[in-house]
Design a protein around this ligand. Structure first.
Ligand code: 3HC
Length: 696
């Protein structure tokens, strides 16, 4: 039973019941269930009006994304038929929307004769974020209610609207601050009692016009979403210029083409993978969120300050610990600035801002944080420093506390060894800037208790992060793969490319920032320290000296005004520096390399396939449990183009035999030793399988 019917004095209330978000699933019969219930009401003489509503947390989050596959016509045909049924039903149907009405859910409401929202309801047509457009009449009905300009803005941005805004724009008829169903049934009866024909949205004419040139330019600015933005504009033009049914046919054709596009497949994978990553098979249920209310963040540097800001936002009482009074006063000013900005941007009220400030305590002595529920050490990336801190934390923490280290490369198990409770120790690898970056790598040591892993994933969700579990290795999932990516970038510099060409090629391919620009942003000195450590640990492993040459010149990136690029005051993008280009050319000469022209395609393939090959190794070793975990890490922490779905998804799309073949070619080229193919990749390619088969 996916639709429940109750009758109130001649009004049939149909409640969609498909937890968790009432997705309009064709596969599981939800859509057919609604259609069947509507037909039954239509032929029931006792019913004068119908109310459509949702059970649980929302009205509906739209068509079921998990339904989408290779045949758009069968994937959404029943949803479209449902809208047509509403147009012809002959009795007033009122949508009563609470929680959220998104995508196909809102389109369902637009096909009803009237719409009522609770005052807290949010509405959106977010299809564009999936590389799609509203494909169940939304592009034709919304302009008829809100006008073409407002409709375009809503569909191009995918943004959420409040009920008040939707009322102002004419998208809904009423906002109820009392009982939503009472308001909706009253409206249904009102319409039924009127002699006028049923108010169908499709019969309305469109008020207003569209500045097509401005619309196209707005669409062109929505990058990384494939053809969806452009086709949304064309659909609104069709709504303005064609009769309803022809406009609808145009919309359906455009949606069907988008559904099988590379961008929509990549974005869909990203959406589903991000929701799957935090659910790790075999973990216990997390302990209740209420038991985590106090946190101690040890180290008031950039990361510690950012982590404290995130925890304060999530409602924690935070002790920020640092022995340096100067560091604490800088950190407290940074946190206050972040809180002030949140108020300015309307993300929190003045009262909440005051409460956040009140929850922060800056302390010089770790003992003052004794008894916190959660400890996050964010000190300098040095094993001995971290071990000393953990020895002290172990002495003051309560028996059930979570003991976390924010290391980006170190062995969590050796840090755990410094305590008498390695089962409570876990890595929480935040990305910088912590308040902005969505990724949280949850590093599960060999002795970390499953309960602590489950609690850490729940914590990630509570603080608005996407948690991905990684095993212990140098660099974990993200930085270990990034190192191979960077290695190829450096080798390409040695062979003939220059920084702007490498970054340009990767950015044109879709990365938010090329690899060398990323290093300038992160700070070259961080990598320098890690390379010095590795030179001791792995003396036989050759590596490019180019980043060291940069560091030896004091060029640590943006923070020193110079790295691979020059950063004059106010410039964050950086300008190519002839001095560095000459330094690179000279370095090639020193190595005896005759520099050559390198095509962008080779740059992209080498950087990317190095990631894929290392990703496959990480899977073999069990550091990442599933390829989708690697994709989520790269989409949320490294600016990987979302529309390409992540490195492992993209490799599947290209075909693993193709990837393997190119790796073979690179193995015969410069520094070919770095191209030993991963046995897993070779096996999957040989079997004609893809990484997706390992996603479970
Ligand atoms: N289809 C299928 N499953 C969906 C879904 C959808 N449209 N929306 C959410 N879900 C699932 C999630 O996968 C997740 O499943 P899980 O519990 O198994 O992990 C569960 O619902 C809860 O979702 P979230 O974890 O994302 O919960 P949040 O509270 O953080 O967010 C949300 C809720 C804002 C609704 C968010 O899930 C969301 O943005 N959903 C997508 C909305 C959307 O894009 N709708 C358009 C769909 S395309 C369409 O309608 C085409 C039409 O035009 C023809």
């Amino acid at each position: 039973m996916t639709v429940k019917r109750t009758d109130r004095d001649g009004v049939a209330i149909l409640m969609i019941d498909n937890p968790p978000v009432n997705a309009l699933s064709c596969r599981t019969g939800v859509v057919d269930g609604i259609a069947g219930a509507l037909r039954a009401c239509a032929s029931d003489a006792a019913v004068v009006a119908i109310v459509l509503c949702g059970s649980g947390r929302c009205f509906s989050a739209g068509a079921d994304i998990a339904d989408f596959g290779d045949d758009p016509r069968s994937d959404v045909a029943p949803v479209r038929a449902l809208m047509a049924l509403l147009d012809d039903i002959g009795k007033p149907v009122v949508a009563a929307m609470h929680g959220m009405a998104f995508g196909g859910g809102l389109e369902l409401a637009l096909a009803c004769h009237a719409r009522v929202c609770a005052d807290s309801t949010q509405l959106a047509l977010p299809e564009v974020t999936l590389g799609l457009l509203p494909g169940a009449g939304g592009t034709q009905r919304l302009p008829r209610l809100a006008g073409p300009e407002a409709a375009l803005d809503i569909m191009l941005s995918g943004r959420r609207m409040s009920a008040t805004e939707a009322l102002r724009l004419g998208i809904i008829d009423r906002v109820s601050d009392g009982d939503l169903l009472t308001a909706a049934t009253a409206l249904g009866r009102e319409i039924a009692g009127q002699p006028a024909p049923l108010p169908r949205v499709r019969d309305r004419s469109i008020a207003g016009s569209l500045d097509v040139a401005a619309a196209r330019s707005a669409a062109a600015k929505r990058r990384g979403l494939g053809d969806a933005p452009r086709l949304i504009v064309e659909c609104v033009e069709a709504a303005l210029g064609l009769p309803f049914d022809e406009g609808l046919a145009f919309e359906h054709g455009a949606f069907d083409r988008l559904m099988v596009s590379e961008a929509a497949r990549g974005l869909r994978h990203a959406f589903l993978a991000e929701r799957k990553a935090p659910s790790v098979p075999g973990l216990p249920v997390p302990r209740p969120a209420g038991r985590w209310s106090t946190a101690a963040v040890v180290g008031a540097g950039t990361m510690g300050t950012g982590i404290a800001t995130v925890l304060l936002e999530a409602g924690f009482r935070v002790s920020l610990v640092d022995s340096s009074a100067e560091a604490l006063s800088r950190a407290s000013a940074t946190v206050e600035r972040a809180i002030g900005l949140a108020v300015e941007k309307g993300r929190c009220t003045a009262a909440e801002a005051a409460a956040r400030s009140e929850r922060l305590r800056c302390v010089a002595d770790l003992d003052a944080a004794a008894g916190a529920d959660l400890f996050i050490e964010a000190a300098f990336e040095d094993l001995e420093v971290k071990r000393r801190i953990f020895e002290r934390i172990d002495r003051i923490a309560g028996p059930d506390a979570m003991l976390a280290t924010n290391t980006s490369t170190l062995d969590v198990d050796r840090i755990a060894d410094a305590t008498g409770r390695p089962e409570s120790v876990i890595g929480l690898h935040f990305f910088s800037p912590a308040p902005v970056m969505k990724l949280l790598e949850v590093i599960r040591g060999p002795r970390t208790a499953p309960q602590v892993v489950a609690d850490a994933l729940a914590l990630a969700r509570r603080i608005g992060k996407t948690g991905v579990v990684s095993g212990v290795c140098d660099g974990f999932i993200g930085n270990r793969i990034f190192e191979e990516y960077l290695r190829q970038a450096y080798f390409l510099l040695e062979e003939g490319a220059l920084p702007a060409q490498i970054d340009g090629a990767m950015e044109r391919w879709g990365f938010a920032m090329g690899p060398l620009r990323v290093m300038d942003l992160a700070g070259q000195d961080i990598g320098w320290n890690i390379r010095k450590r590795r030179a001791v640990e792995q003396p036989d492993r050759p590596y490019s000296r180019i980043p060291d040459l940069l560091c030896e010149r004091g060029r640590f990136g943006q923070k020193t005004g110079a790295g691979y690029y020059l950063y004059p005051p106010g410039s964050r993008r950086g300008e190519p520096d002839p001095e560095i280009d000459a330094m690179i050319v000279q370095h090639s000469a020193t190595l005896g390399i005759a520099r050559r022209d390198i095509a962008d395609e080779e740059i992209v393939e080498r950087c990317l396939f190095a990631m894929v090959n290392e990703g496959a190794r990480i899977l073999e070793e069990g550091i990442a449990a599933r390829p989708l975990d690697i994709d989520v890490v790269y989409l949320n922490g490294y600016g990987f183009p979302r529309f390409r779905g992540g490195p492992m998804f993209h490799a599947d799309r290209l075909g693993l035999p193709t990837v393997l073949d190119r790796i073979g070619t690179f193995a015969r080229g410069y520094q070919g030793w770095a191209w030993e193919p991963s046995p897993l990749l070779a096996r999957l390619a040989g079997d004609g399988a893809g990484f997706a088969t390992l996603n479970g």
